[in-house]
Ligand binder design. Structure first.
Ligand code: NOJ
Length: 741
């Protein structure tokens, strides 16, 4: 490496909003200042540019000069989609051995739910309410990725999603800002660990900053209009939590927020992220989102797009090349822009430093470690453990589940019965179909010789062809129970995969209706990347398991639940609507002046659809039953700065041992601005044997009650509050207290 360590000059960065004005006197700060002193403007701009490798693309490819030339000449600071110990090593060699200063590259990749071992999609994991296991998935992703030469994950996606039409709902933790924040922290901690320089960790990205999930009509990339209060109250908390947890990078969204594409949002990036939150890492654009500002009609040229992004605080441009092409000219015209460039380069170099790349740029690219760690058996064990906990039991009429192991015939019917691609979900990185155990395979492993499995697809996921119905009916009518495996294929959710109708695609509903008509019990195993609105299915089938896209161990995990070796404990991190026309439909809505009242004519309702969702946020059944009783508060009044203890008795009143997600909610009865009818504030996951009880306790402090008041101050207002504890956002015990000054 030919980094020239010249006389150390500690550059004072002259301040403007969101520029780092602190002098870093540490050896790291001195090293970066010294390196920056050596760099030409072209080399600086190189560090602010990211190109894509030619192996994989995830968007419209903008023609790049040859990547070899870029890397060898210090004209690029990072690649995405270059992975594998050997490939990253050879690309790194170009930068380190050929370029003038030998500054190492940072390799980024989308590992949304695993590198090669595919874990459940993020939305599914959020249904497990198990932060330790969620963190472990991130740790194992980092372990595999780091061994494959990768330094940087474009995850977690922490966008709040209140619209299940939006395909990217599968990438996040659902609709709730509090839960979204907990999951964001678990994932950041999992990817990054205690030390970025460790060979087991990688840098994480909080994306897509911000409010990308609020796309109008749920259509990806669409315009977003969100007031500053809603932005701060609903969309920003998970980002702030990620920043507080030390996330290394942020990624801009593609969206226009209140008239400004977020890639150029000085308010979001410079003011809120870099100034208010004191974020020291760097911000990368989304794929060509800098150049796309010309299509957004805010920049009349690519040069103008570069200027807006630079001033907006975007430190690295992904894929499009406006920085490389125009920043030099812009600095000629506006010499003061060098301050922004230096700030951006410092941030990029700091993360490279933290990753240990200046000590040894090849340290992550180790074929031996890669061969040993990628797809390790332990990772499959974890994949099964979290997959079974991510399953939500939505219906279980007449205790159809769990199934007995000595059934003589099980009919396993449906287009996804033996599908290996669907369980991997979208964004499956280096996941390969050959590593997936399907439901059919999982069931075969779970049953004994006495059980015969009869199987047929019945139909495709998305076609009108019913020619296989006859065979499916004939097999189904011979069985003791029918397991119907239906839903969405992997590529029916994810980026640019929004749907207007969120029911079961094709003739799958008719398949279910035909199966139900046989008179045999029908257990639906639903695979999907978003909530599915299909009232008939939920209201008529004997049991329904929401299994999302569960990853490589889908089959065994689902079999564990079907046969009761695991009692399901998942709870919905999103509301399931009855119809797309109800969207947006979320649990923490406002009361309105005419809250729904069926006895009233002029009430907030639909005349052609129920007012309520199919299933509320937090909902999920178990094979056992839990009874909540004796809610108590240790005092009726909470003094500001103090805390209040809430206790409830939980009893397992059923026949199975199991886990329950006990949820704590509050309602602020009156405020200087209207307040949601209910807000999640905490949860405990509790394991109980049948017939046993336990006390579950929570603490609420006055800080937990803060919100953005009418003057946009973040504070708790004194007055009356309700507190609720229960199994979901609708059924609960209730208490009251007052916050007093
Ligand atoms: C576009 C997506 O919006 C983003 O999430 C992803 O990280 C980049 N492409 C890179 O693949």
């Amino acid at each position: 490496m030919r980094i020239i360590l010249a006389t150390i000059t500690l550059g004072l960065i002259i301040g403007c909003s969101g520029l780092d004005q602190t002098q870093d006197l540490s050896p790291k700060g001195a090293f970066i200042d010294s390196l920056l002193n050596e760099m030409t403007l072209t080399e600086k701009i190189g560090q602010m540019s990211q190109a894509t490798g030619s192996w994989e693309t995830t968007g419209p490819v903008i023609k790049d000069p040859d990547m070899v030339d870029l890397a060898s000449n210090g004209k690029v600071g990072s690649f995405l989609n270059v992975f594998g110990a050997k490939r990253t090593r050879s690309a790194q060699k170009l930068a380190v051995e050929q370029s003038r200063l030998g500054i190492p590259l940072i390799f980024g990749y989308d590992m949304i739910h695993g590198y090669a071992t595919t874990f459940p999609i993020p939305l599914a994991e959020a249904a497990s309410w198990d932060l330790e296991l969620i963190k472990t998935s991130a740790e194992l992703t980092a372990l595999e990725a780091a061994a494959a030469g990768l330094h940087w994950n474009f995850a977690p996606m922490v966008d709040i999603a209140r619209d299940p039409r939006w395909g990217r709902i599968m990438e996040g933790a659902g609709e709730d800002p509090w839960w979204g924040s907990q999951v964001a922290v678990a994932r950041v901690e999992g990817y990054q660990g205690e030390d970025l320089a460790s060979l087991s960790t990688i840098a994480a990205t909080a994306k897509h900053f911000a409010a990308y999930g609020a796309a109008e009509g749920g259509r990806d990339y669409n315009t977003t209009e969100v007031s500053e209060r809603t932005l701060r109250e609903v969309y920003l908390p998970p980002f702030q939590a990620a920043a507080d947890a030390g996330v290394a990078t942020f990624m801009n969204g593609f969206n226009d927020l209140n008239g400004i594409p977020v890639t150029a949002s000085e308010l979001l990036v410079r003011q809120i992220l870099k100034k208010e939150w004191n974020f020291k890492g760097f911000v990368v654009s989304d794929w060509a989102s800098v150049q796309e500002m010309t299509d957004h009609t805010i920049a009349s040229s690519d040069k103008e797009a570069a200027r807006l992004a630079l001033l907006g605080g975007c430190d690295m441009e992904m894929v499009s090349t406006t920085y490389r092409e125009y920043l030099e000219a812009l600095v000629d015209e506006h010499p003061e822009f060098i301050t922004h460039i230096d700030d951006a380069v410092r941030r990029v170099l700091a993360i490279k430093y933290d990753l240990g790349l200046f000590q040894d740029p090849y340290r992550y690219s180790d074929p031996e470690r890669e061969a040993k760690l990628v797809l390790h058996n332990d990772h499959f064990k974890h994949a099964r453990a979290i997959a079974k906990r991510s399953i939500v039991l939505l219906e279980n009429r007449n205790q159809t589940l769990p199934l007995k192991r000595d059934l003589s015939r099980i009919a396993v019917i449906g287009p996804l019965v033996d599908d290996k691609e669907t369980p991997m979900g979208t964004w499956s990185a280096q996941g390969k179909e050959e590593n997936v155990t399907t439901i059919l395979e999982g069931l075969r492993l779970a049953v004994g010789d006495q059980t015969k499995i009869l199987t047929s697809n019945g139909c495709d996921v998305n076609s009108s062809d019913k020619s296989d119905f006859k065979k499916a009916r004939s097999l189904a009518s011979k069985a003791d129970v029918i397991i119907a495996v239906v839903g969405e294929e992997a590529l029916m959710s994810g980026e640019a995969l929004s749907r207007a109708d969120i029911g079961l695609p094709g003739v799958q509903l008719e398949l279910l209706q035909m199966l139900k008509a046989t008179g045999k019990p029908v257990v639906v195993v639903l695979m999907n990347g978003r909530p599915i609105a299909e009232p008939w299915m939920y209201e008529n089938c004997d049991a329904v398991l929401e299994t999302w896209h569960l990853g490589v161990q889908s089959g065994p995990a689902i079999a564990d639940v079907l046969f009761g070796s695991y009692n399901p404990s998942g709870k919905l991190p999103v509301t399931i609507p009855r119809a797309a026309g109800q969207i947006p439909l979320y649990y923490n809505h406002k009361n309105t002046g005419r809250a729904y009242d069926p006895s009233e004519r002029y009430t907030s309702q639909y005349i052609d659809e129920d007012h309520l969702p199919q299933y509320p946020f937090g909902y999920g059944l178990s094979y056992t039953t839990f009874e909540y009783s004796d809610l108590s508060l240790d005092k009726p009044e909470l003094h500001r700065g103090d805390s209040i203890e809430i206790e409830v008795k939980l009893t397992n009143t059923g026949a199975f041992s199991g886990e329950e997600v006990v949820q704590l909610y509050t309602r602020d009865l009156f405020g200087s601005v209207t307040r949601p009818v209910i807000e999640l504030k905490g949860f405990k996951k509790v394991y109980l044997e049948p017939g046993t009880s336990t006390q579950v306790s929570f603490t609420i402090t006055s800080d937990n009650l803060r919100f953005w008041d009418k003057d946009l101050n973040f504070r708790a207002e004194s007055g009356a509050f309700k507190v609720f504890v229960g199994p979901n956002s609708v059924d609960h015990l209730e208490g009251e207290f007052s916050l007093i000054d």
